[in-house]
Design a protein around this ligand. Structure first.
Ligand code: PLP
Length: 456
């Protein structure tokens, strides 16, 4: 690793936690309360129900500033962020190169005219993204969120195949705007309230994490009627708990899609751009998807996403009467484009996919040493690591809360909400990961009586 926790005291953003008050401190409570008074009440309601279910307070801390892998709350507590902003902060908070690139771009041109008149920097980004795709001639559609990228992929599938059907997977997550929501297999709770507004032609099958033969048979059965235009799949579950795809499934899925003329769409919003240990995890699995969705790490913390597709498939967009039937005000926004270009430049300076793979393996080794006997599973690839706890979601909430008190920010995930998910910045100092593993070890060995709730 390039740097360790600072011994000289300078703030390089790789420091161990420093807690000055129990979180949430008084200032966090005050600001969080003001937010709760005016924000959509769903977020506060979730905190309350989690507190009741787990028996542990879930009050929010409020961030004041960040640097590298450290974030400091308004009370002055310094944390190590092991989520990296839902996986978006590839190079941590306020990376100087990224900030400088966005600053320079915003001084030069703060806004272009989307699909009508582009910013000059957009050409470079489209070329760089098309070059990521394993075959030549790929075409790219830019968006601002991961859900945008998935939406564009699903629309592409309808245009290219004429079929509205989608095969999606239990346990998967693709964002919550209407298109991706219809394919959200993580929990029915997301879909049910809006079911009347969603694509009715989505078939769910189990995420192929176990035996290959039944998984591929289930896919073939779902494709059997010939009405499916898209098979939408994460190469490794993200929110679903960092579970891997059964070896061989990807290539078999490619074959099954080709037989019925369905597109294979890889949702790499989380796995892509080196996080999983591969620039494109799908490309490492022995078959090329028709479309790849990118987001999160692509912008390094700025909102930008991309749908990158095979030439023949993306050409379907040109056959629609000359109108741009898919665009938005901020798609290809110059600041996001500048950030993505800088992320791609930084990723090209070292072999970050390999570095992430190696660091992830070393860290999973440390986790196994510290906690293996006290947890159900340690899974993942690269810097997407899941630790499945004994004691279900109750225990996951307890442990994540205790980690927060020790100064480590983590998320819970998994279909049953029983997984701690770790997606740190690529340049996190290794001693921070090691000390987090030790903190986790201390906490899981000190079990609370599980009260057995389920659901994320
Ligand atoms: C695999 C995957 N796809 C899509 C999305 C949606 O991205 P966004 O929240 O930026 O819309 C997410 C978000 O977590 C994700 O994990």
């Amino acid at each position: 690793m390039t740097s360790g926790p600072s011994e000289r005291g300078e703030d390089v953003g790789q420091q161990l936690p420093l807690m000055v008050t129990a979180p949430p401190g008084p200032k966090s409570r005050e600001v969080a309360e003001r937010i709760a008074q005016v924000e959509c009440p769903a977020f506060e309601a979730r905190r309350e129900s989690r507190a009741v279910a787990s028996g542990h307070e879930q009050g929010a801390i409020v961030y004041a500033r960040g640097r590298g892998s450290n974030v400091t709350d308004v009370d002055g507590n310094r944390y190590v962020d092991l989520t990296a902003g839902f996986g978006a902060l590839a190079f941590g908070y306020n990376d100087v190169d990224l900030s400088a690139a966005v600053f320079a771009q915003s001084h030069k041109l703060s806004m272009a005219l989307g699909d009508v008149y582009a910013a000059d920097c957009k050409a470079l980004l489209l070329e760089a993204l098309a070059a990521l795709y394993p075959e030549s001639g790929a075409r790219v559609l830019l968006g601002t969120s991961g859900a945008d990228a998935v939406t564009a992929a699903l629309k592409t599938a309808v245009l290219a195949t004429g079929k509205a059907g989608v095969v999606a997977f239990n346990g998967s997550y693709h964002g919550l705007s209407h298109g991706p929501l219809a394919a959200c297999g993580l929990s029915r709770k997301f879909r049910d309230p809006f079911i009347g507004q969603l694509n009715q032609y989505v078939k769910f099958i189990d995420y192929p994490g176990g035996e290959l033969t039944p998984s591929i048979e289930a896919l073939r059965a779902a494709l059997g009627a010939g009405d499916v235009g898209a098979v939408l799949i994460e190469p490794m579950l993200g929110r679903g708990g960092c579970a891997a795809l059964a070896p061989g499934f990807w290539a078999a899925a490619r074959e099954a899609c080709d037989e019925v003329g369905a597109l294979l769409i890889a949702d790499e919003v989380w796995t892509g751009m080196a996080r999983s240990g591969w620039m494109l995890m799908s490309a490492s699995m022995g078959a090329t998807p028709d479309i790849v969705c990118l987001g999160k790490a692509l912008g390094g913390g700025w909102p930008i996403s991309a749908t990158v597709g095979r030439k023949e498939v993306m050409e379907a967009w040109a056959k629609h009467g000359g109108s741009a039937i898919h665009t938005s005000t901020h798609a290809g926004h110059p600041s996001g484009v500048a950030a993505a270009l800088e992320v791609i430049r930084k990723l090209s300076q070292q072999d970050w996919p390999a570095l992430n793979r190696q660091l992830g393996e070393r860290w999973m080794g440390v986790l196994r040493r510290e906690v293996a006997d006290d947890v159900l599973d340690i899974v993942g690839s690269g810097l997407m690591v899941g630790v499945r706890l004994k004691g279900g979601s109750t225990e996951a909430l307890r442990v994540s809360r205790k980690l927060l008190h020790d100064g480590y920010i983590v998320l819970t995930g998994g279909v049953a909400g029983d997984v701690l998910t770790f997606t740190p910045a690529f340049n996190i100092a290794e001693p921070l990961l090691e000390s987090a593993a030790r903190a986790l070890g201390r906490i899981v060995r000190n079990h609370a009586a599980p009260r057995g709730i389920s659901g994320p």
